[in-house]
Design a protein around this ligand. Sequence first.
Ligand code: CO8
Length: 258
Amino acid sequence: MNTGNEHIKVEKKKEIGIITLNRPEARNALNRKMIQELGDALTALENDPQIRSIIIAGNKDFCAGADIKEMNAIKPEEIETFCRWGHKVFDQLEGMGKPVIAAITGFALGGGCELALACDIRIAGESAKFGQPEVNLGLIPGFGGTQRLSRLVGVGKAKEMIFTGEILSAKEAESIGLANRVVKDEELMVKAEEIAQSIAQKSPLAVKMAKTLINENQEIEEGLEKEIALFAKCFATQDRMEGINAFLGKRKPVFKGI
Ligand code: CO8
């Protein structure tokens, strides 16, 4: 079922659709092409009557976030459009009529952590590392993290993660409910497929209705809209330019609050 994608692989295993992010040279960082391919794959799996549940996996790493190099080339006046388009794909993921499981090894940072947050269930391998390090770039999370993280782990822990950019181990993520459970890396896909298969045996109508009810109760739309606006504002600051230049120059940033 892999139809000429460059940065993802898509396969079907009985009733399960498996999307594997596949840009290891950039730690699976999300560029436009990858986000586009992800959205198209989700649409295809949603419309496939044989598919009852979906897994999104990485390889060594899950995803190190938005592609910083590509993002740096975007003009500040154009970033809101890009951010809104990315949100659309993440909203599509969250709103899928079929449950989506994130199977995470290695880094799940920034947009990568946000990708996992837009999934319904997160299973972590022991090597998984979670974080929202955008603050190190002079930025805020821009693919839903300011809204979905606090709803999942609580306001206090979300603030700590987003303000400090700290990286959590798989065990720490499990202890705050960011990961549903932790398994050995080599058992990750077996466990994810087991859960996906278990869901696939249930009534898809009942599962979809339950998911819709739980999601609607999150009342997330207004916050997501505000996040897009503030991300764009943040992107226009000198601190963001300093943060990204420092990352690309492999040095520590000096922020001035302008
Ligand atoms: N984007 C682009 N390239 C990346 C990224 C990234 N997010 N992460 C890693 N890479 C690249 C590196 O540049 C490097 O490439 P090269 O070999 O050409 O120098 C390669 O992957 C390997 O990475 P490192 O050499 O840095 O490997 P380390 O093991 O030393 O470190 C880390 C791994 C910790 C993952 C480190 O690479 C890192 O900190 N990456 C950035 C993580 C980050 O800050 N993520 C947040 C990005 S911003 C974001 O996600 C905002 C989302 C909202 C966007 C809204 C719309 C615009």
